[in-house]
Design a protein around this ligand. Structure first.
Ligand code: HEM
Length: 130
């Protein structure tokens, strides 16, 4: 059985790889590149995105379960529901760069903000100041 630490490593590596695949497409679209011109590289980034989405979900759910956040008295907490919505949003991100290339540069601001929000969500909105 993987430990909490290993699940969290898988989760975070998956999140980083999802962001890298979106960043690659966003930069290309920002410079005027099209889906067609991206060719095989886009397909490889899409494959990376798919594998990384799977790993982020596996790692996230595994970490939540091993930390005791899921099942039993904990049930299925609201923050896990919210994380799943965020996960779906990250899943849809690759459609944006080539569909709205004029906005693709804003993904370099919006995606880190979304990641920060997802980090705050993890474990249930713990206080940000002490
Ligand atoms: C793609 C969407 C997601 C992003 C960007 C994301 C991002 C992050 C980040 C940056 C952290 C580190 C912050 C921390 O450890 O406190 C984290 C932790 C965590 N995430 Fe996610 N996450 C996502 C989806 C999910 C999903 C679907 C689950 C499933 C339950 C999940 C469960 C967790 C858990 C359990 C932790 C560790 C919380 C703790 O240490 O208390 N995440 N996530």
């Amino acid at each position: 059985m993987p430990s909490y630490k290993l699940y969290k490593m898988i989760h975070l590596a998956g999140v980083v790889a999802v962001c890298m695949s979106v960043a690659g497409m966003s930069f290309h679209a920002w410079l005027g590149g099209t889906k067609e011109a991206a060719g095989a590289a886009r397909k490889q980034l899409m494959a990376l995105h798919g594998v990384a989405m799977f790993l982020s979900l596996l790692g996230g759910m595994g970490a939540a379960a091993t930390a005791g956040f899921l099942g039993g008295e904990a049930g299925f907490p609201h923050w896990v529901m919210l994380k799943l919505v965020l996960w779906l949003i990250f899943g849809a991100l690759p459609v944006l760069p080539y569909r709205k290339p004029e906005h693709s540069k804003w993904l370099f601001v919006a995606v880190p903000l979304l990641v920060a929000f997802a980090a705050w969500t993890a474990g249930g909105f713990l206080p940000l100041t002490r």
